[in-house]
Design a protein. Structure first.
Length: 429
């Protein structure tokens, strides 16, 4: 009965969402490559030739990076298994292909309709389904169970907002979460929230945050020198990176930079929007404010002369962090997002500044603040926080050292997760 009700409501919501989808596709230029797959008009063919199949699902870019190390370890432990990796977003799909080329199949997950999920699971018949962080889908999980899969949540978390929504529909959330055999969570705070939704404590394990195990392509010294030259960063020049910006945050960044440039006129600023479809809009915003700039794709003569560069390319953020003095990790100055991966710049000893809206990254926020490896600020205090780090070398060095120490001390979540999953992988206790 619950499945029937879910199907009816799901299709009704899809009809309501249709005008917004048309707007996103036609006006915002989203889903240019994934639309047909997401709508189920192109169902991927799963030809595992009877091999034991493990399915990993991550909604987008950050969640994909979070499980890459785990998936690599699974491949090492089970070299002959068939690995499927599914994504929702195009950025997540591209990251999966880039960071996990050893997977046998990379697909877009279709909308959570009974027919699509039944067809996929009937052909794949996975032994194990791993879900990264929070992307739960009723029919996806139901059909996986029906065709014999165990389900494990890895790097799991649950925001206060999501908890409140699930509590309003407890009859549904209990059925949704009941299908999961093991909850590997980032921290104690998430254990309390899942238990409030009726998840038994014996199903829960605290493993830590797998994003701390993330592997980076660290540039060689010669590559860093060449990269700085390409961006026009001179010897000793300070660099401020605004990473993963969303709408309204670019405007904030520009206002802050204009004030800081009065004190630090040589400061180089790299502005890195989160979503590629917004690159033209951000470029127009900068033009409207009459601020000289160049885009990464338009840098001429191999060197940028402007102090503001719009990074209009994908997969470049980590390279930007490697030449940064300070990183402002965005998605945290807007209530619509709730924060991004604040561990990323810490890997390069770069202090992270982030905004007040971190409701999707609460565990990470608490860890970074407790270790004094970053700063949480609001719009009004952002400028002062940046200036203090630029002007107080002792304060900066302490935070930089704390960043590296945090990363080294908190690693190991992926190994712990894999150890807990061994029975589901057929590797023994």
């Amino acid at each position: 009965m619950l499945s029937f009700i879910y199907n009816i409501l799901f299709y009704l919501l899809m009809l309501i969402y249709l005008p917004f989808l048309v707007y996103d596709v036609c006006i915002r230029k989203k889903y240019q490559h994934s639309l047909f797959y997401r709508l189920g008009l192109k169902i991927p063919v799963i030809d595992n030739q009877g091999r034991e199949t493990i399915w990993i699902h991550a909604v987008s870019l950050g969640e994909t990076k979070a499980v890459a190390t785990i998936v690599e370890k699974i491949r090492e432990s089970k070299p002959n298994c068939y690995i499927i990796f599914s994504s929702i977003t195009e950025t997540g799909h591209e990251e999966a292909k880039k960071s996990m080329p050893f997977a046998d199949k990379h697909i877009y997950l279709p909308i959570d309709a009974h027919f699509f999920m039944k067809k996929l699971m009937k052909s794949a018949r996975p032994k194990l389904l791993l879900i990264s962080e929070t992307d739960f889908w009723f029919q996806f999980q139901r059909q996986a169970r029906k065709y014999g899969a165990n389900i494990v949540l890895v790097n799991g978390k649950l925001s206060e907002r999501s908890l409140a929504r699930y509590q309003k529909f407890s009859f549904f959330s209990k059925a949704l979460l009941r299908s999961i055999d093991l909850f590997c969570l980032q921290g104690d705070i998430y254990q309390k929230r899942f238990m409030q939704l009726g998840v038994p404590k014996e199903k829960i394990q605290i493993t830590g945050n797998t994003k701390l195990d993330q592997k980076f392509s660290v540039m060689k010294e010669s590559e860093v020198t060449e990269w700085k030259k390409h961006l026009g960063i001179e010897e000793g020049q300070e660099v401020l990176v605004f990473g993963s910006t969303h709408e309204i945050e670019e405007d904030l960044a520009l206002k802050i930079c204009k004030k800081i440039w009065e004190i630090k006129p040589s400061l180089k600023v790299l502005l890195v929007p989160r979503h590629p479809e917004r690159f033209p809009k951000v470029a127009q915003l900068i033009k409207d404010q009459d601020e000289p700039f160049t885009t990464f794709t338009e840098i001429t003569e191999n060197v940028s002369k402007e102090r503001l560069i719009l990074i209009d390319g994908m997969g470049i953020l980590q390279r930007c962090y490697q030449v940064a003095t300070i990183a402002v990790v965005c998605g945290s100055f807007t209530e619509k997002v709730g924060g991004h991966n604040i561990f990323e710049p810490l890997h390069f000893a770069v202090p992270a500044i982030f905004g007040p809206h971190m409701f999707t990254q609460q565990g990470a926020k608490e860890l970074v603040l407790s270790q004094e490896a970053g700063l949480q600020v609001n719009e009004e205090s952002l400028e002062g926080a940046i200036v203090k780090l630029l002007e107080d070398s002792t304060y900066y060095q302490n935070m930089s050292q704390n960043a590296l120490a945090l990363i080294e001390e908190a690693k190991g979540a992926s190994d712990k997760t894999l150890s807990l999953m061994r029975p589901f992988l057929g590797l023994g206790e």
